[in-house]
Design a protein around this ligand. Structure first.
Ligand SMILES: *Cc1c(COP(=O)(O)O)cnc(C)c1O
Length: 396
């Protein structure tokens, strides 16, 4: 693809980008440099949980930016303390380490599990992960991911991530050995196509890992922070994991992520873990503002109402157009197209007359929806109406 956007050849080409430069955002809407508006069902890939430029985040950035930006990770700051306390009080976890991206939080989870294995399981180090899973783009998290070929793409990579089949407990049992220290999964596989774990599977994994005295790690980088209609998706299954990672929504659009563990598993020693920006007050102040918005009375019940609206709307479209159906949890949902016209839909939606619609197709036969958690009923209805017309146009 050749871009006509000025200076775009100064950037490394890591993904095909359309010839658009975004300049403004407000709530569920984006605006480009020509003044054209787009209704956004992507929201930075499930990142902007409160939409574009929400007042809470702008205010937190301004206030904290004028007070203190970075005293160094070797000192406490108030925002870091406030956010850690909030996350622990709302979860089954006791300790938090802040990171800057989901992949970095997952690297931390892998290190913590291996450290725990060294201390308590005679050096056990293998972490069972799943086909079609996604855990990030560092060397270790690529190796942990279940994308075809990803464990060898930049060889030599990191050993010790045998792959089981998602929602198949027997496939996990078959991989267990004396070197196994943990099982790591996404409660809803996001990049893999919005595939929720079944309750029997994830509860079975909790029982299995307990029986074998190994750790259960949930990667909630995409499913966490209200995305699935509960603050953390694993809470919907009524389980208590040993380790959880958060990213994306936790910062509402700014780079913030977290690694959480129970007291029993929190075994890093001085020098094992760190990083220049970890727990910096500017990002943590935003995290506090986002957390307080997500946990305000009525917020989560409104997410559930919008999720029902989206689910009903997608099902109606599937019925009308003879598509395969829909699936997901909360406001992380997919429309199963039953044909490979996802990319054509994405392009047609972005280029539709007057106002564009931003959609994502993680697989050619699937659309993924990750709107702002506070999207209005009207905006969601508009997206579904536009989609109805677009499907008629693109379906083959
Ligand atoms: C996006 C994502 C990651 C990686 O997060 P980055 O911030 O891009 O490093 C890890 N795990 C899951 C489940 C994700 O969706």
């Amino acid at each position: 693809m050749t871009n006509t956007v000025p200076h775009s050849d100064a950037l490394m080409e890591i993904t095909p980008r359309p010839d658009i430069v975004f300049t403004k955002g407000k709530g569920s809407w984006l605006e480009d440099s020509t003044g054209r508006a787009y209704l956004d069902m992507i929201q930075g890939w499930a990142v902007n949980c409160l939409g574009h430029c929400p007042p809470q985040i702008s205010q937190a950035l301004t206030e904290q930016g004028q007070r203190l930006i970075n005293p160094s990770p070797a000192f406490f700051n108030q925002a870091m303390l406030d956010l850690a306390q909030r996350l622990c009080s709302a979860s089954c976890f006791d300790r938090v380490f802040f990171a800057n991206s989901g992949a970095e939080a997952n690297e931390g989870a892998i290190k913590l599990a291996r450290k725990w294995g060294q201390k308590h399981r005679h050096g056990a180090y293998k972490i069972i992960t799943f086909d079609h899973s996604f855990h990030g783009r560092t060397l270790a998290t690529m190796s942990a991911s279940g994308k075809e070929g990803w464990d060898r793409k930049f060889a030599p990579q990191v050993e010790g991530f045998p792959k089981a089949e998602f929602n198949d407990l027997d496939s996990v049992k078959a991989l267990l050995d004396d070197d196994t220290v943990a099982v790591m999964l996404e409660p809803v596989q996001g990049e893999g196509g919005v595939i929720p774990a079944t309750p029997e599977f994830i509860q079975g994994l909790r029982a299995l890992t307990k029986d074998h005295n190994i750790l259960l790690i949930v990667d909630e980088v995409q499913s966490g922070m209200g995305r699935c209609g509960a603050l953390f998706a694993h809470q919907l299954f009524d389980i208590a994991p040993d380790i959880m990672t958060l990213g994306k929504g936790i910062g509402g659009g700014v780079p913030l992520a977290a690694l959480l563990s129970t007291e029993a598993v929190s075994c890093f020693e001085y020098g094992d873990q760190g990083g220049t920006y970890n727990g910096n007050p500017l990002m943590c102040a935003v995290g506090v503002a986002v957390f307080d918005a997500l946990t305000a009375p009525e917020f989560m019940s409104t997410v559930q109402t919008r999720a029902q609206q989206l689910s009903d709307g997608l099902l109606a479209l599937a019925d009308k157009h003879g598509l395969e159906g829909e699936r997901g949890l909360g406001l992380l949902r997919a429309l199963k197209l039953g044909g490979d016209f996802g990319p054509a839909l994405v392009d047609a939606a972005r280029q539709r007359p007057e106002q564009g619609l931003l959609l994502n197709a993680p697989r050619p036969n699937l659309l993924r929806f990750m709107p702002a958690l506070n999207i209005s009923q009207e905006d969601l209805q508009l997206a579904l109406q536009w989609l109805d017309v677009l499907i008629s146009k693109c379906q083959r």
